[in-house]
Design a protein around this ligand. Structure first.
Ligand SMILES: Cc1cc2nc3c(=O)[nH]c(=O)nc-3n(C[C@H](O)[C@H](O)[C@H](O)COP(=O)(O)O)c2cc1C
Length: 191
């Protein structure tokens, strides 16, 4: 069975550019044709600040919003986080949804499409990796970096340069390898 890739739009604010960048990557991933690809928008999940009384490891979720989010994370075999950088760190919207579940994240690889000003969101990604490894997500080294993101948006669409296009393919190739390698880890841990 083909692996399922979730392309996650991490910013949630009105007027965000996240969906524009994510739609481009979503199309690239579909054309790449090694995953079943779904676009996941954190704004649509609209999760409040983490409000579960029990540790997520127990999976005793009290709220419908958590059950819905857990089902989404559980359905994926791999993730690409399309992430901005806010104040040299991750957007709180992403850190919040990471905390909501635990086992559903375990033993799945993740890549990043990061964007921002000069930094291209790289400082945010470095911090995101720390939390993700605690959730037993495997962050991969191949990534897409978009510095000065507004310069790549024309007529409401993201227009990548050659470096970004090549980087997207390199990341998807590596992600597909990791997605297959990690599946037995998940089967083992379920026993
Ligand atoms: C609260 C806030 C903090 C920001 N901090 C940074 C930053 O540290 N580094 C950076 O490159 N861009 C920063 N920016 C600019 C963002 O890169 C730019 O607004 C981008 O469009 C944000 O992604 P979004 O539109 O998907 O929310 C910041 C923007 C906001 C709203």
């Amino acid at each position: 069975m083909r692996s399922k890739l979730h392309v996650v739009i991490c910013s949630t604010r009105p007027g965000r550019v996240g969906p524009t960048v994510a739609h481009w990557f979503h199309e690239v991933a579909i054309e790449h044709d090694q995953f079943d690809v779904a676009l996941v928008d954190l704004a649509e999940f609209n999760l409040p600040l983490f409000d579960e009384p029990k540790h997520p490891r127990l999976q005793q979720y009290q709220h419908e919003h958590t059950k819905r989010w857990a089902a989404s994370v559980n359905a994926a075999d791999a993730f690409v986080f399309v992430t901005p950088e806010y104040n040299h760190g991750p957007p709180p919207s992403l850190l919040n949804v990471l905390n909501y579940v635990y086992l559903e994240w375990n033993y799945k690889p993740a890549g990043f499409v990061s964007y921002g000003g000069m930094s291209g969101g790289m400082r945010a990604v470095q911090v995101e990796k720390l939390t993700l490894t605690t959730l037993k997500v495997v962050p991969i080294i191949e990534s897409v970096v978009v510095s000065m993101v507004s310069q790549y948006i024309e007529g409401g669409a993201f227009k990548p340069n050659d470096i970004q296009s090549d980087a997207a393919i390199a990341m998807l190739n590596e992600l597909a390898r990791w997605a297959e390698c990690l599946k037995p880890m998940r089967n083992h841990s379920a026993k």
